[in-house]
Design a protein around this ligand. Sequence first.
Ligand code: BMA
Length: 373
Amino acid sequence: MRLKYAACILFFYVSGAGFCLAQPVDKNATKETRKLYKNLNKFIKRGIMFGHQDDMAYGVGWRDVEGRSDIKEVAGEYPAVFGWEVAGLEKDAALNIDSIPFTKMKQYIRQVYDMGLVNTMTWHLDNPFNGKSAWDTKQVSLPAILPGGSKHQLYNTWLDKLGVFLLDLKGSDGKPIPILFRPYHELTGSWFWWGRDLCTPQEFKQLWIYTYNYLQNKGIHNLIYVYNTGSVKTMDAFMERYPGDAYVDMVSCDAYDSNSKGPDSRFVTETDKSLTIVEQAGKLHNKIPALAETGYEAIPYSEWWTNVFWKAIENHKLSYVLVWRNAGYQPENKKHHYYAPYKGSNSEKDFLELINTKPLLLQKKVQKKNIYK
Ligand code: BMA
């Protein structure tokens, strides 16, 4: 016991980091999951991994083309982190909410793992109280999906379906693929049925803990659990619904820009503030910090990357940042919906300047580190 304590102090001293326990909360986490967790911890000193949602699946003006990636076409390499969304699994849909076939998604996830890169996952699961979408906030009563509630069995069947998908994620080496799993994201907002105005902190925590235990009992041990809020102004707001140190591996927030034209924007100030809180929470609770979703839809300001994005994150030690999906033009909303640069887009040059001069890690730097070994 004493030795362990001494080793811990030594680690703290040598690493200079605020993190001591380099183990995921799941005591039965697979070897690769444990390695990934340890390496995420280590990497924070080297730089911030750069991620992109659905990167291999589609980009602006293309879909499902082997080897394509908007980031790769601009940067000459893939991002380091790939985000995936599994809404639709709960109702046995063949395609996810953004039209990616689940069979295809499994292949992408495998490809990412085989390349030695990182996968992360969200779940905009339907509203279980009325069968509408995750954004439908009517008829919500969280206790109904908890034990004893009228929708409890239904919720269990949804978790079973998620479980089947997760258990089927295997690399070419046959090992379960580690996933940074970020359920019930943006929990401080009230636009999803699990949001702040839709349930009490106690109910939210119960939901998280129930879900965690259920997946554990299903034998799912390839998850690193990511707690995620929207922008926050205080530590109290960030921690209000935190389910406890035993159920969380990483702490994160999401922050989107909507009107910046230069470095003095509200986005920079607010995101910098949120990240200070996320980082402090990480230090206090021994959890790894990240900016789990960010971006500026259609990037209307061509120097956004160096003048806004970088200014918002430059003072922070984060594991990763991830920009949202490149869906392209959406006729139904009559708008361009993309967050990463693509070949020929207006912020391409500035993005290159960013990744060539700042400590951001894309495919090549992360690959060299053998994060699963
Ligand atoms: C949102 C938008 C939607 C999408 C959803 C889930 O932010 O990009 O178009 O369906 O995420 O990925």
